[in-house]
Write a protein that binds this ligand. Structure first.
Ligand code: NDP
Length: 337
């Protein structure tokens, strides 16, 4: 019998998540039946959606989340011993799953587990970041919705995070001018020096409107919005005619039970004929591999730099989750089992 450690949701989050919102338990796994696989988690992902989605129906159940896991036993033809698998198996060290079934654990994800494609010697942890869901969020959410053209000005926020730093670099690959907003001076320096952003600002310290007047005197053409709220109203009010806004997330208000109000944008949207479109990345599920392959190629060509903040130890998953929401991560927040 294999034992599995699992993090259970002990309480509904109230404001910022806290360590005692989670409880660690251990249980024996059932034997593997036909069609099933036994997995050992190697890497876990902590993501903002875990705070954004309503998990209240899951109190007392295992915490949701994706992981890269190794196949220890297989009774499914598509998986063999030692395969590395990406799946939404939750915060558990070992698990038994049916190889064909999505592991949504109550979320609206239909994503089935899949064996990682050949990632050409790169770290398997990237299957949760640049070569996984956040990477495809940047690739499809930016290119398909913003449709950037060379010479245009792009603004992205949460710019030193997994999706944001990736979007900014794709914008540079496409010949755009890139302005980023992030939450610390270290992040801002890093975006400019290491990732090649044309301008970057600490949104906690600057007047965002003045920063845009300085760095985008001719206006903003594309806005990739990870943050929402008043920052977005300010950026949108500086957009050019036929500007495009890709609404990826609204992390500035995920902890708020009562959502804050922001300055009206409709006048500007109307006058400047802006296109604003929200998306969920699994819209492009059919093209999943295309995004991964393109991102591998850009990494191999040296055009795309990836960054991960790796926390070690299964016991530290809640802490890593809390710290990611606090902005302590550079690039993708990962936990190594
Ligand atoms: P990140 O790696 O960017 O981590 C979250 C970051 O958000 C933190 O590092 C922090 O950076 C920033 N942040 C936290 N609170 C605030 C705040 N109040 N105002 C501004 N920034 C804040 O996470 P991801 O890259 O995984 O996700 C980024 C966004 O993309 C999120 O909104 C997420 O929900 C969304 N998303 C949407 C998907 C979709 O399908 N639509 C798929 C994946 C992600 P800082 O130090 O800069 O504050």
């Amino acid at each position: 019998m294999v034992k599995s450690k699992r993090w259970i949701i002990a309480k509904i989050f109230d404001g910022e998540p806290k360590k005692d919102d989670f409880k660690l338990v251990e249980e024996e796994l059932p034997p593997v039946k036909d069609g099933e696989i036994l997995l050992e988690a190697l890497y876990f992902s902590v993501d903002p959606y875990m705070r954004a989605f309503d998990l209240s129906g899951l109190v007392g159940q295992q915490m949701v989340g994706s992981q890269i896991a190794k196949v220890l036993e297989s009774k499914h033809k598509d998986y063999k011993l030692g395969d590395l698998v990406m799946g939404y198996f939750g915060w558990q060290s070992h698990s038994v799953h049916h190889g064909d079934e999505p592991c949504s654990l109550g979320l609206d994800s239909k994503i089935k587990p899949y064996v990682l494609p050949d990632i050409q010697g790169l770290s398997p942890s990237l299957g949760l970041g640049f070569l996984g869901m956040p990477g495809n969020t940047a690739y499809f959410g930016f290119l398909e919705i913003c449709k950037p053209k060379a010479g245009e000005t792009v603004v992205v926020n949460a710019a030193a995070g997994a999706v944001g730093m990736h979007v900014g670099q794709i914008a540079k690959i496409k010949g755009c001018r890139v302005i980023g907003f992030a939450g610390s001076d270290d992040k801002v320096e890093w975006l400019k020096k290491e990732i090649g952003f044309d301008a970057a600002y600490n949104y906690k310290k600057v007047d965002i409107d003045k920063a845009l007047a300085e760095s985008a005197p001719n206006g903003v053409d594309c806005y990739f919005d990870n943050v929402g709220g008043e920052m977005s109203s300010i950026v949108m009010n500086r957009m050019n005619h036929f500007g495009r806004v890709s609404v990826c997330g609204a992390i500035s208000s995920y902890n708020d039970a009562v959502k804050p109000k922001a300055t009206l944008v409709q006048g500007m949207v109307n006058r400047s004929e802006l296109k604003i479109e929200g998306f969920m990345v699994y819209r492009w599920e059919e093209r999943w591999l295309e995004g991964i392959k393109q991102n591998i190629q850009w990494i191999k060509e040296g055009k795309l730099k990836y960054q991960e903040t790796i926390t070690k130890g299964f016991e530290k998953i809640p802490q890593a989750f809390i710290e990611m929401l606090e902005g302590k991560n550079f690039g993708k927040a990962i936990i190594k089992a």
